[in-house]
Design a protein around this ligand. Structure first.
Ligand code: SAM
Length: 277
């Protein structure tokens, strides 16, 4: 039975192994069974799933994944956690523990169809964007992230949280916030609130874009200086080699006011703009 999520058990494992938390690895271990169940439910883990867990810690979530999935591949950077993981998970023959930096791992070669993690917050965005942009055939990514990052991923046009991250995530996936998680659900307590977000990957991208790289350069430029108009941002973007007249013409064709700001444009409109330029 999964038992590591019990705070008393977590303390016992940490003390018995004289484990010292490493701040640089973003170590905040989950100690709330209710939240753990929410993650497993949101990820819809079943007997056909091969799951990648990024940063298993002492194996709290790994246990729950192993009970429900066909196979679990857990990648942990901290070598001090490897003997602890081997001991805590020895009864599961469907778990593979790898001592490696996930950022230096060829995830496509692991043969996983879902990713589940309580992510180390210092590399949340590079991990998620790396997974999405690599186009690995994943069904979903279900992760604990800072609440503020989850809100940005899910934000719609015209809201304060909307930006380049919202558009990038929503181009590849449908986000759903499964739970908001307070600080006391972790050991040690993080400084900020967290949320569980599930990204269900689109089978087909929701918009047709002729040149993806150009669209994302336009999006980044549009949000680079939030208080400037879209046209102004694009005219002054260094890595966007586009004629000012072409930008003005495309906006006119789309019936977009020349004073509009980037935050008002939807993904469909950014795709349309990019295709016209
Ligand atoms: N999954 C555990 C839990 O929920 O209790 C631990 C989550 S903790 C927030 C993040 C974990 O990711 C830590 O175990 C940390 O050592 C590990 N980690 C940090 N950076 C990593 C990296 N680059 N590659 C793999 N694991 C990493």
């Amino acid at each position: 039975m999964p038992d590591l999520v019990d705070p008393k058990k977590t303390i016992e494992v940490i003390q018995n192994n004289k484990f010292v938390f490493q701040k640089r690895f973003g170590q905040n271990f989950l100690i709330d069974a209710h939240v753990l169940n929410k993650i497993i439910d949101a990820a819809e883990i079943g007997p056909d799933d091969t799951v990648l867990e990024i940063g298993p810690g002492i194996g709290t979530m790994t246990q729950a994944l192993a009970e429900n999935a066909k196979r679990v591949v857990a990648i942990e950077i901290d070598e001090n956690l490897i003997p602890i993981l081997n001991e805590n998970l020895e009864q599961y023959d469907n778990v593979e523990i790898i001592n490696r930096d996930v950022m230096k791992t060829d995830i496509a070669s692991l043969g996983v169809n879902k990713v589940v993690a309580n992510l180390p917050y210092y590399i949340t965005t590079p991990i998620i964007m790396g997974l999405l942009e690599s186009r690995i055939a994943l069904d979903s990514i279900t992760v604990m992230v800072q609440k503020e990052v989850a809100d940005r991923m899910k934000a719609k046009a015209g809201t304060k949280d909307y930006g380049a991250l919202s558009l990038a995530v929503q181009y590849y996936a449908e986000p759903y916030i499964a739970a908001n998680v307070p600080q006391n659900c972790f050991m040690p307590r993080p400084n900020v609130g967290s949320a569980v977000i599930r990204l269900k990957l689109h089978e087909k991208t929701p918009v047709n874009v002729k040149n993806e790289k150009q669209m994302f350069r336009i999006i980044r430029a549009a949000f680079n200086q939030r208080r400037k108009t879209l046209q102004n941002c694009l005219n002054h973007a260094e890595d966007l080699n586009i004629d000012k007249e072409d930008i003005a013409r495309a906006l006119r064709e789309m019936n977009i006011d020349e004073n509009i700001r980037g935050e008002a444009l939807s993904l469909e409109q950014f795709a349309d703009l990019s295709n016209r330029i």
